[in-house]
Design a protein around this ligand. Sequence first.
Ligand code: UD1
Length: 343
Amino acid sequence: MKILVTGGTGYIGSHTAVELQQKGYEVIIVDNLSNSSIEVLDNITRITGTRPLFEQFDLTEPERTAEFFQTHSDIEAIIHFAAFKAVGESVEKPLMYYRNNLDSLMNILQGMIDNGIRNIVFSSSCTVYGQPDTLPVREDSPIKKAWSPYGNTKQMSEEIITFTSDVNDIYSILLRYFNPIGAHESALIGELPIGIPNCLMPYITQTAIGIREYLRVWGDDYPTPDGTAIRDYIHVVDLAKAHVIAIERMIEKKGKEKVEVFNLGAGNGFSVMEVIKSFERSTGVKLDYRIMDRRPGDVVEVWSDTEYANKELGWKAEKTLDEMTLSAWRWEESLAKHIFKGS
Ligand code: UD1
């Protein structure tokens, strides 16, 4: 059964391609490699023993995308990861974000309609909730005004999919991720930020390995127990497994509605300081950090109510924070060796 994974050489996409292949699905990846490396394909192959099909092109190109779907009208379901995701950059270049994230989605939906492809899983984010009024966040918690064009593209994409599903033979699952971190246990795939990382975990591991001088902790005066901001960190492999379950749910037509929404988090809130402590504990490496001012646009705290996903998908995140931070470190170490060997 053929599954299209857009953005499949990216961080979450590559882990999902691995899980799909290990469950016997045939994976076809489309990626323009704008934020990922072709070598990821070799490493997916090393882990699973199977090389995914791969096409390099930009899904914002309507003719090229239409041609792709005509050739592959036997695709059973799509998992759509391919998108820009840097919050700060989206504030600087809003149109680039709207064009990229929305044009690609609309081209994919058109391809589905034209070729009778019925199932799509969409990569959304807890950012759609903004700073929730009550915690933990449930799937029916209100959608708040977006804090960034990036967040807005996620909200708009969810709406575009919903309205398109309503009037077409299209079934959708919108997955709202909390904070994915960590890497595959093989340390062959992981997060590969280009340039200076924005996200916490790669910044921590790059500091520990000596690429960055020190970690900047964005604010310790939040109304939280230790003053640093709280997030719901989830291991990327747990997250990837939820995608396989979502695909099975669609293929077996077990969904309750045409458009379903699930939170994908571990259900625990951890502060920035707790992540640092976990990293030091699990790896034995001391981290240099400094407290800075708050980062504009950051919410104080957010974590998920996992009850609905647990019950409906029969899925639960299993890995502990220490397992997440250790696997992120193993990946950083393996990257360092790789660069050393290559130089
Ligand atoms: C945000 C979005 C998420 C989106 C992601 C994309 C929210 C709630 N979350 O994640 O939906 O997918 O961006 O990149 O809007 N931190 C530091 N020092 C650093 C980096 C981060 O202290 O160098 C802190 C941040 O202030 C934050 C926490 O670590 O409290 C996590 O930050 P990050 O990893 O950037 O993710 P979010 O901003 O939560």
